[in-house]
Design a protein. Structure first.
Lengths: 338, 185
């Protein structure tokens, strides 16, 4: 790791004034940042430790939302009684990621900022448009088994990027339509999770839409937690402690007649951000929950997917995972009727 | 077969090492603070970029905690911070000056030398071969039992998945942990 200075403010205002320079970084659990620093991929000259800021609570808001403090750990969030009861999709999704030790360290705010696990991004000797803009994307023609199939940038070479976002938690947050609360030099703002992460576009070096000096203070979950009909399916190379090749978070509401009245589907492992397509979700509304409907939804969700060789299997895998996730979520509705 | 004997390294790690031995010569890159480890306050003078793992092993001579991958993937460096298991390789020592840290050295009863039930169970069940992952396995198991979420062998396997054992002692590790959990009930 490169030398850096360290501060640990106890007030948000102090954290914002401490950060005050482009090469400084906030540190929460540090599980990704310290690893990146060891790999010489991040070299901040100052770390501002946010773990003692008063952002460590989970609390219900007057409108029925649940506010997850930015510095609450992923483990404490997944096992929190209100999260388990009202947002079991989020609990299940968090517990599908990383290891217990990492979940005990990693914070909710920090989870949003995980960098891609692209092999070429992680190898400082290789060109990478995300790490060093304009140098190229060796993943496109290289080993790309874990890479994106949707929303990628193929052309031109100097901005190409087929990296994926590695988070599980963010996939559930996308399905739940969470809102990220931030504060910064220009005041507070609320960012819908769908607008927080970005596709590579012509700036693959930018993972998200946060402005310099801004700090995430909480992640707010809207009242509807889809607690009766949900699932998270994570397909990976081993059954535990591995990043997703493809994952699917589903939340459904099902009417008395068995028809779907509300549907959210988000996919992980397929794009630079959690992948949603409201038009595909609409195909379920008012329809009986049949495999034929599910397959049509999957075809729509994965429409336009492009494989780069090693990862081409993800297109059909993704469709089948969507069908299976919708089957599982529906099965729960049938169980509830019994 | 002859094995080569390597000389004991005399050179300490680059960052802040000479300072650790000469606290009267402050270096602007280092900080003086203390860590509460196994109930004892240990003064330490290290650079902010010193991980908790390196602080334990290289500066405080607590070498029971092992460095495996140094990237949070193997679990050999697992310690307990305020009773919760974490990877000490992915956190900075300076972040923990107000925390209670427990390492493998702190699990036995100091006065009597009586081992922690998990230490005894690992011996009874032959739950290791080379032993390098064992301190991390045991600290992780202590943390898992504190969490109270594992009830079945399958759940133990899932919630111990952050600790790798390349000798493949997994079935015996699960047996040892199961026995301690059953004894506690």
């Amino acid at each position: 790791m490169n030398p850096f200075s360290y501060t640990r403010p106890e007030a948000v205002a102090d954290a914002l004034s401490d950060i005050g320079q482009p090469k400084a970084k906030f540190i929460g659990g540090g599980t990704n940042l310290i690893d990146l620093m060891k790999e010489n991929l991040e070299h901040p000259n100052k770390l501002v430790d946010v773990t003692r800021l008063p952002l460590g609570d989970i609390a219900e808001l007057p409108d029925g939302s649940l506010r997850l403090g930015a510095t609450v750990t992923n483990a404490d969030t997944a096992y929190h009684p209100l999260v388990e009861e009202r947002y079991p999709l989020l609990s299940k999704t968090i517990l599908a990621g990383a290891s217990p030790q990492l979940r005990n360290m990693a914070t909710n705010g920090g989870n949003l900022f995980q960098r891609t696990r692209c092999y070429y991004f992680y190898d400082a000797q290789m060109p990478c448009n995300k790490r060093e803009p304009g140098t190229g994307c060796p993943a496109m023609t290289g080993y790309n088994r874990i890479h994106a199939i949707l929303g990628t940038t193929d052309q031109p070479a100097e901005t190409a990027c087929i990296a994926t976002h590695p988070s599980d938690m963010c996939v559930a947050l996308a399905a739940l339509e969470a809102v990220v609360q931030v504060t910064g030099p220009n005041g507070d703002r609320s960012i819908p999770i769908a607008d927080f992460h970005r596709l590579p576009g012509n700036e693959p070096q930018r993972d998200n839409t946060l402005e310099p000096g801004e700090l995430v203070t909480s992640i707010d979950l809207p009242p509807n937690g889809f607690k009766d009909h949900f699932t998270y399916i994570k397909i990976r190379d081993r059954s535990s402690y591995a990043f997703a090749l493809v994952s699917v978070a589903v939340g459904l509401e099902v009417g008395e007649d068995g028809n779907v009245t509300n549907a959210r589907i988000a996919m992980g492992g397929v794009a630079h951000k959690p992948w949603r397509k409201p038009e595909a979700e609409q195909l379920l509304i008012g329809k009986p929950a049949t495999d034929e409907t599910f397959r049509a939804v999957a075809e729509s969700l994965l429409d336009g997917a492009v494989g780069y060789g090693h990862n081409t299997f993800k297109i059909e895998l993704g469709k089948r995972a969507v069908v299976r996730a919708l089957q599982e979520a529906t099965l729960k509705s049938e169980r509830a009727k019994e | 077969m002859q094995t080569e004997t390597f000389p004991t390294p005399t050179a300490k790690p680059k960052a802040g090492a000479s300072i650790a031995n000469a606290p009267n010569q402050p270096n602007p890159g280092t900080r003086s603070f203390s860590l509460n480890i196994n109930g004892t306050r240990h003064p330490i003078n290290v650079a902010p970029w010193t991980t908790l793992l390196d602080a334990l092993r290289e500066y405080l001579n607590l070498t029971g905690t092992k460095k495996g991958c140094d990237h949070g993937q193997c679990g050999a460096c697992t310690v307990l911070v305020n009773g919760k298991r974490i990877n000490s390789c992915l956190t900075l020592a300076v972040m923990h000056d107000d925390h209670e840290i427990t390492t493998i050295e702190g699990l036995a009863i100091a006065e009597t030398g009586e081992m922690h039930p998990l230490q005894q169970a690992f011996i009874d069940h032959d739950a290791f071969q080379c032993g390098y992952c064992t301190p991390g396995q045991i600290c992780s198991a202590v943390g898992m039992i504190n969490e109270g979420r594992a009830k079945t062998p399958d759940q133990i396997r899932e919630l111990m998945s952050g600790n790798l054992c390349r000798c493949g002692a997994y079935p015996h590790i699960v047996d040892a942990i199961t026995q301690v959990m059953n004894d506690k009930r």
